[in-house]
Design a protein. Structure first.
Length: 318
């Protein structure tokens, strides 16, 4: 597979994520009133275990993100790496949990699509305008910069370019910073993803990194998952780093992070608020509980902290 083809396949993964999130939210697994503006139709039915998997992913990531925002009293910034068409900025605005500034990074072509949607859909653009104080809102085809929300087109494998662009848009390294990568690092080689994680540790003295991706990929079920992705020509350069929860944690501990934890998503699922889990389990009948368990055991959330300001970030957990 040549590298342009596989990069294009990687860019297409953001549609998969958005389509699955759109479907699950249309079934009331969680509320997302904004995702409809990024994918028009609800699309074909997804299996209940897929919907539950996305539920665990979205609730799990939101849990750590919201805990960080509360701990820092929103006096912080968030950087979503490989954000795709994610709608978290709008959720945080509605929930009064907006950080000082919310940054997103993705390939320029993905960013251009996202910006086009924002420009042409008032429910998306209104919150940006409302949270912006001057009339100098920058909005061109490849970047958007307002007071509280910024989208940057950049390749995460080119760290110096990434760093330069973020600084150009008033990134403040001294501010407590949450970095998020949701199904992103797996598309890079282990050394490229280590560079990202290392850059983050070097740049931000007070920070938390939350990474969601595949884990336990060396067993048979994992091999089938890899085969399915390869068939779609995706470059899974990073699966080596997804061997185990320990390899997930080590990536952070080896690159300057003070502490790191990782859980598989079956464990996360069992630690989410159980009244809401009971609610979503009533939404659709699932006869093969074992398949759900297998699936959730092959995804993980790993998080790491550095805490120069001694805010107590190492306490953030499930
Ligand atoms: N994080 C979003 C979510 O969970 O809904 C999107 C996930 S999607 C599976 C992976 C995203 O990472 C895509 O939007 C892709 O373009 C982006 N991505 C992968 N490698 C990248 C790179 N080297 N530079 C910038 N973005 C990248």
């Amino acid at each position: 597979i040549d590298s342009d083809t596989s990069d294009e396949a990687v860019r297409a993964t953001c549609d998969d994520a958005t389509i699955c999130k759109r479907f699950a939210s249309s079934k009331s697994y969680w509320k997302d009133p904004y995702i409809q503006y990024f994918v028009r139709s609800v699309g074909e039915r997804k299996a209940p275990e897929i919907n539950r998997g996305y539920y665990a992913r979205v609730q799990g990531v939101n849990h750590l993100l919201d805990a960080f925002l509360r701990k820092t009293h929103c006096d912080c910034q968030v950087i979503n790496l490989g954000a795709g068409l994610d709608t978290t900025f709008w959720r945080l605005k509605d929930e009064n949990l907006m950080p000082r500034k919310f940054f997103e990074v993705d390939f320029p072509t993905v960013v251009a699509r996202k910006i086009h949607n924002i420009k042409t859909k008032p429910p998306l653009s209104k919150p940006l305008i409302e949270t912006h104080s001057t009339d100098s809102l920058l909005l061109d085809a490849h970047s958007l910069d307002s007071d509280r929300y910024c989208i940057i087109g950049a390749d995460l494998r080119d760290i110096s370019n990434l760093d330069e662009k973020l600084k150009k848009f008033q990134l403040n390294p001294e501010l407590p910073t949450l970095l998020l990568s949701e199904c992103v690092l797996v598309y890079m080689t282990p050394s490229q993803s280590s560079n990202v994680v290392h850059w983050a540790a070097e740049t931000f003295p007070t920070a938390m990194f939350v990474n969601y991706e595949q884990v336990n990929m060396s067993d048979r079920f994992g091999q089938v998952m890899i085969e399915n992705l390869r068939r779609r020509q995706c470059n899974l350069a990073g699966v080596e780093a997804c061997q185990s929860l320990d390899t997930q944690r080590e990536r952070f501990l080896k690159t300057g992070w003070e502490q790191s934890d990782a859980l598989d998503m079956m464990t996360v699922y069992s630690m989410l608020p159980q009244d809401d889990v009971a609610r979503i389990e009533r939404l659709e009948f699932l006869d093969e509980r074992e398949l759900l368990q297998q699936l959730l055991q092959h995804y993980s959330i790993c998080w790491a902290t550095k805490d120069k300001l001694k805010l107590g970030l190492s306490q953030l957990a499930f």
